[in-house]
Design a protein around this ligand. Sequence first.
Ligand SMILES: [Zn+2]
Length: 286
Amino acid sequence: MPELPEVEVVRRGLERWVAHRTVADAEVLHPRAVRRHLAGADDFTHRLEGHRVGTPSRRGKYLWLPLEDSGQAVLAHLGMSGQLLVQPHEAPDEKHLRVRVRFADEADTELRFVDQRTFGGLSLHDTTPDGLPDVIGHIARDPLDPLFDDEAFHRALRRRRTTIKRALLDQSLISGVGNIYADEALWRSRLHYDRPTATFTRPRSLELLGHVRDVMNAALAVGGTSFDSLYVNVNGESGYFDRSLDAYGREGLPCKRCGTPMRRRPWMNRSSYFCPTCQRAPRVPS
Ligand SMILES: [Zn+2]
């Protein structure tokens, strides 16, 4: 699954190539791609036509295109393999092209949703007063959002009977932090993933948030280099950040800080990577 930095790279590409263009028509080539739009493919395309696309927006890993003067937005579910591509009209159709959107202007490009495994899709939703698609109205702000409230996050950590990695992946507390970036930020903070949050001091919470932001911004800085080209792309296997990972995927390799072999532990149907020396496990309460 793509994480926040990858989705933000796509959003920036869409902002450059698709924002403020008016939809001429849309074409659904595979009904599964709009299955979340319960009124069906014809209704989906009909509702897009004639509307101008506002500024593409993101919260956490959720990405949407507001449709001006409709009170609605197109939410993009990228799933495992979904891609949003901006292509010249004459470019041959991709093998797994699912939805095409043409625009009523002179630019010779169109928006394409391509998805090999069809877990992803596009759907239309009413927007909340904040401009969010209503189905994601409960998702917390992400740490790169200027309105994210660090103090409120710290207070929530103190209040909850939870452990830190669970908290980082809890979309009602903080959004957009996936498994990879959680492990990276915890390693930088020297925190074990199972540490209870109720005892966190304010400096500890704020330091952790700082590391979460640093890791995401580093990924953005690398991934952000490609959005200048006429190609908006995400596929979850981004790879451009792999070389700079300090924890995730490094089982058995020496910790970059102390040299101790890194460990991997099963964790909630996923894995947690950590240094047993730098990130001491909390003592089990008796
Ligand atoms: Zn270490």
